[in-house]
Design a protein around this ligand. Sequence first.
Ligand SMILES: N[C@@H](CCC(=O)N[C@@H](CS)C(=O)NCC(=O)O)C(=O)O
Length: 213
Amino acid sequence: MKLWSGTLSPFSTKVRIALAEKHLQSEIAEIPWSRATLWGPKPAAFLAVSPKGEVPVLEEAGVGIVDSTVINEYLEEAYPRVPLMPTEPLARAECRMWEDMADHFMASHLTVLIREVFMKPDGLNRDETAVKDTLSAYERYLAALERKLSTAEHLCGAFSFADIATWIGLAFARTLGVSLEDTPAIRAWYDRLAARPAFATEFEQIVAAAAAA
Ligand SMILES: N[C@@H](CCC(=O)N[C@@H](CS)C(=O)NCC(=O)O)C(=O)O
């Protein structure tokens, strides 16, 4: 197995954590990111399997699988020994819903914080309205998560892909102004997951890569 991945890509991190939690080995091919040039260079071998030019892509037996959710569902079907999805239909729907919500926040809202906060560390020319609207969107999302995690240890039964995707989205968002101070159930769940070796290792690598970017 080969994973085309970016250390600073939350979508790639979803797959890297899933591989580690499932105790699966994969060759990692890194697509770099820098403040100056963003994603790239992108080698021809990568573009050949990634029509959108996006990470992550998992190559297995000559097939290139694109999209973090599709990759993780493939891993679940091909390597079920350590399950990361529930089996009961309603719990599976709930799992997919939270993962989709996490993906939506990464694609639509985290990107605003990256553009306005991470890329403008001195605050110059920052679009404060966009930041305020984004933080309001996170507040509504966190309220729903807090309600769920006040009565459950995980998002859909046992530890799952939904927890992985939600955690990594919040891990990035927290470094850019989203606070978990007023959401104790999320905070406790966040800290429990952060203590898992796969999460701790990934987070260390992300912090180091962000500092160097
Ligand atoms: N829906 C995709 C989204 C993947 C995605 O947006 N990847 C970003 C990095 S986080 C990317 O590779 N961007 C490349 C570019 O903008 O050039 C997934 O879940 O894998």
